[in-house]
Design a protein around this ligand. Sequence first.
Ligand code: NBG
Length: 802
Amino acid sequence: MREFLRELNTDSGVTLSRSTVNDQYLSLARAVRHYLSARWLENTRKVRETKAKMVGYLSAEFLLGRQLGNALLATDLEEIAEKALAECGIDIATLRAQEVEPGLGNGGLGRLAACFIDSLATMGVPCIGYGIRYEYGIFRQTFVDGRQVEQPDTWLTLGSPWEFPHPEHAVQVDFGGHTETYVDTDGVERTRWVPGWNVLGMPFNYMVPGYQNGQVNTLRLWSAQATNAFDLPTFNSGDYAEAVRAQTFAENITKVLYPEDSTPQGKELRLQQQYFFVACSIRDFIDRFILDGDVTTLPERVIFQLNDTHPVIAVPELMRVLVDIEKLEWDAAWEITKKCFAYTCHTLLPEALEVWPTELLGRLLPRHLEIIYRINDEFLAEVRAAFPDDEMRARRMSIIAEYPERAVRMAYLATVAGAKVNGVAELHSQLLRDKVLHDFSEYWPEKFTNVTNGVTPRRFMRLANPGLSQLITETLGTGWLTDLERLAELEPYAEDAEFRAAFVRIKEANKTRLYRLLRARDQVALPDDHLLDVMVKRLHEYKRQSLKLLHIVSSYEQIISGKVDPSQVTPRTFVFGAKAAPGYRIAKETIHLINSVAAVINADPLVKDVLKVVFPANYNVTLAETLIPAADLSEQISLAGKEASGTGNMKFALNGALTIGTDDGANVEIRQLVGDEHFFLFGLTEPEVAEVQTAGYRSHEYYEGDPQLKATLDLIASGHFSGGDRTVFEPLVSNLLYDDRFMALADFRSYVEAQARVDAYYADQDAWARSAVLNVARSGFFSSDRSMREYIARIWHTQPLR
Ligand code: NBG
């Protein structure tokens, strides 16, 4: 408390009585941060001294969520802080709510990175996360007339108490120019890069505290600044804009997060971002951890995990550093490089595998393009030697694509360079081996492995669901939060009526908490006796929010057309949360349709007691923390073979929602673990999808053949949800009828049948509660601690600090 007041007086310069909520929040944050800093310095010192091998987690995204709650939990200061503040008449919840979450990621991939660094800190494994400090994170979503409108995410304006700038560790990053050869003093011919321009990388450190273990790792995010920010003579001459032009230009590099996670925007700025942060990170690691300058020891000191293809330009960058700057022989440098990287692929959509046109790469990073060509030449020579009469194979495996334009396939580069390549769920890894990277897995079977994703139980159980966490602790004692498989011990309690009742009361309280929030935030009032059916994730066709919508509209259509009596319907509230990439037309139209359907259904007295649709704007980590613990039903309905893993699916199961889902991504493993009776499976399997596609998929036939589906689509097409205007949703309807790349219509029948099973099962509240408890008890596998143990054992070979 003294700390808090001191911060308030000295740092914010105000007295308690005159302080704003923001002052109070900042002071509390700083007080907690002080508490951690000594540990942090100690940790960093130990890593340097013991020369422990570190994980360098390279990721263009870290979707951290709010920091205050997590820091209080990690330091076990929650109760103390709450009591002390209460004595000053301050409600800690108000301060927590003041924090703007750093939205430095799009979705699952960025959130996974955040879960992983939390787990590593909790396990005491030295790790440094490297990424980008975007000035504007993922846009803030608003709705205007039901349409998404993006607002800039100004997360830094009210102060950012969690970051520590380190100007003394700034790194210069070069771009452009050309390369030339020269003969060095030993008579060796070498290449050097003569860059055209450069910027400065300014590091900002964030603490990554382990859960109550005194360990603090570092997340280092880079911000771009001009090397010569300000041109005084030009300024004095009166040309103020020109005087800061360099600065503006440089700062653009880290200005915004690309709001896209599954189609690459072939944008030069994005490549600049990627190179910028990995160049900074590699330089930084060598300067700060290889103190004797012996870069040949790098593989003993670090393994850089490439989080998808975004950081893969780090491979030629490390080669450049080793060969051009450290003057190692090419072969020696390549041996080192191959040991320093491992690659995680997070997708199956071909359009999401990044490729960079050689024209662009050569212009921006001429030396790197040369290095990539040489890596490719040597690799293809190897392939040709191994398969002498198979030129087609060599062409297929080339890192350089020739069509439709000459371009570098970043996933191939990562696969060739990486010591290991992994997918993020069993099915995904299998499809990587069998399809996306088939030639490579044949050539290097031992390189390929799977590590199924996980989520941190500290944030997604303990912080998000204190009620359930307390019940579990009362039942099992402490310790389960860092040993989540212990949830299995809850299994017998599924048969215990008293336990189930307590469990149900917590679910109800979580619903109440959510509805209170939504009332304040979105001015919607929700009935608290409905089945709560939730679909939250990025808006993408493959995830099939449209299929969910077809189910809702079909339930509605059956009532208004008199086919079903509303009194026969299981009352449901449907919640959506999703952002669409600003340039993704169909996704944005889907958002518009969801909002339009919601407006009509919520206003229709006929369905008033049985159907509600809500779509709170700006779904983010913070909202997820309130939404997920309240859900009864988790929607995981991607087309089989498209969702790499999913991690939301795990968060729901761990909080006692039942899943309705396809056999896709980690759903497969969730179903295997929780059991078929406690999971609503539907839809084509991946091999069936492939079959239907080969045979020729015509979605129109499903429409013709299924009266319920026809009535549903016809209702949308009729203008019922667009004030009679038939043109508004015509593109969406046509897309489903004549293209339907992700086969929503093919899975419709099976989906509504599964939903009928949901209704029937929900009627037996006790059976449902039992299944919900079993979902929790059987989902301990999905802790990110377990994922980290697997990476450590099979990929990283690092040790906890002692
Ligand atoms: C996403 C997948 C998800 C997966 C997360 C984390 C990208 C490119 N991929 O299925 O779509 O859970 O990565 O692995 O964002």
